[in-house]
Design a protein around this ligand. Sequence first.
Ligand code: GTP
Ligand code: SAM
Ligand code: SF4
Ligand code: SF4
Length: 580
Amino acid sequence: MMSSKRLWKLFQQSLRPVAHQKRSLSLPASAALISDDNTFLRPSKARQSDVLDDADVDEFLVDSFGRKHSYLRISLTEKCNLRCQYCMPAEGVPLTKKDHLLSTEEIIRLASTFVRGGVKKIRLTGGEPLLRPDIVEICQRLDDLPGLEEVVLTTNGLLLTRKLPSLLKAGLRSVNVSLDTLIPAKFELITRRRGWEKVIEGIDAALEAGLVPLKLNCVVTRGVNEEEMVDFVRWTQNKAVDVRFIEYMPFADNKWNDKKIVPYVEMLDIIKRKYSKLERLPDKANDTSKAYRVPGHVGQFGFVTSMTNNFCGTCNRLRLTADGNLKVCLFGNAEVSLRDVLRSGATDDELRQVIGVAVKRKKKQHAGMLNIAKAPGRPMILIDSWKSFIRVFCPSFRLLTLPSPSHPVHFYSTSSNPPRDFSHVNSEGKANMVCVSSKPVAHRKAVAEARVAVSDEILHKILNNEMKKGDVMAVAKLAGVLAAKKTWDLIPLCHNIPLDVVNIVHRFDEEKKEIILEATAEATWKTGVEMEALTAVSVAALTVYDMCKALSHSICVREIRLLHKSGGTKPGYDIHDEKQ
Ligand SMILES: Nc1nc2c(ncn2[C@@H]2O[C@H](COP(=O)(O)OP(=O)(O)OP(=O)(O)O)[C@@H](O)[C@H]2O)c(=O)[nH]1
Ligand SMILES: C[S@@+](CC[C@H](N)C(=O)[O-])C[C@H]1O[C@@H](n2cnc3c(N)ncnc32)[C@H](O)[C@@H]1O
Ligand code: SF4
Ligand code: SF4
């Protein structure tokens, strides 16, 4: 069988001719942009319409509500050169170690898996994406991916003037720039840094380069900038900008309470006081923004209403954090580490499988305003939102969600500093299901026992089958057999083994007042059945408890243990040998 490395190499090689061919295409007049050194910029890929075509999205990118995910947002870094009050603490966020972040190659590899699955648009974000030294290379290599229609970027604009020419050459198609105020001193207050003039320069550079309409992101916060909205709307008179007023999103870590939110309807009212006649523009499918225009203005404005009027029904977005976690929802806490899956040498199919499981778990909509406000982490900068929670409440916890039985390669990692001494968690903190593909099929047998200590009265009633709930031992044995068959469902890293037989017997030790349950499991397979035998007696013993608990709660399940194990390649185990 071809190794995944070889497969990947072949895949990359197969991309090159296509990429070269694309660069030699003649430039459509509308896309002809001239850079500052007077050379033609890289042609943007042609798009049929403003709406992403999601017709050919593969099943693994379709969630259980039928939403097709054709839009991927990749956070390139957690670092930022601003400290916006609503986003970051003054001291910045704790940074992930460099080798735990996705490398250039890993970003491209993961992106290509998504793109081959039907992703048409990739937005680079962060942190501040322009701080990533390889941003131009990433842009260019993403643009080379056949099937990807556009690579776009969200930035705070500080470094935009400097980086824009090379980014455009690399194929960047559009930019969203964040700007919350038109007053330089207020900029410093909101972002805790200087640089308003640089952002304005960046905006002008983008407009001059023809990136119109240029989307501006303006987070509106009560008591800070809501009165400035009319000034922004005035800006749209002569500038080809689309100012999006964003409802401030509260979350536990940004320490601002939800009273800071200015709801969409209130924002609209404030603007209408100055501009009474507004034109409501049609919203594009999957748009986060409700669009308006003052009649006669060149530009437009809109509202991103995540808090009061969610747009989850048409959500087509997935996110990749800088350390490689897939977030299926901005506000979801469960993340799957695609970096870990990738670094374990997974094939493309395995990656797709893992992504598919996560996508299928995507919720219908976000958890509502109040729950969002309580959510740990910083959803907008795409850092692992559970890190802080786990560190505080459960420092040694590494495996957030355990593997789904039907999807063996399914790693949920929450830490970059894993323990070293667990056999089923390797040195990178990954869940490690032992591969048994090379093991021989052999007859295997295991016997386990459990003891249940009961009162005289209970023992007497069981012996005489007088318990009100029914025949205790018959029910317990049945429960044990069912449990054995479900062992791989219950014990996370157990294999699914086709059992030949499970047999449970019991005897009474009247002197010790114990019921002794003994389960034998047998299979002809590649791996042993001791977990099946142990699960069988455990559940049988618990069922005895359940059947009898009306009479006493001092029933004690004890000594669940393996008595015998044989078959396969390793020497057998027998409790009697151990005693000798
Ligand atoms: N609820 C929710 N809000 C989002 C999501 N993505 C972006 N937003 C909001 O949109 C704002 C602007 O984000 P941008 O990075 O510019 O991306 P965008 O507006 O989605 O980008 P395009 O629609 O591609 O232009 C953010 O501040 C969020 O308020 C999302 O998936 N869910
Ligand atoms: C997290 S930033 C990353 C990209 C870049 N640093 C920037 O600021 O554009 C992406 C967008 O999220 C927005 N954002 C951050 N925190 C937010 C919050 N608490 N509520 C609403 N939007 C927020 C920012 O204004 C920005 O437009
Ligand atoms: S919103 Fe963007 S610019 Fe502001 S702190 Fe967050 S990541 Fe940095
Ligand atoms: S909150 Fe989640 S489901 Fe709703 S639009 Fe955002 S990412 Fe999509």
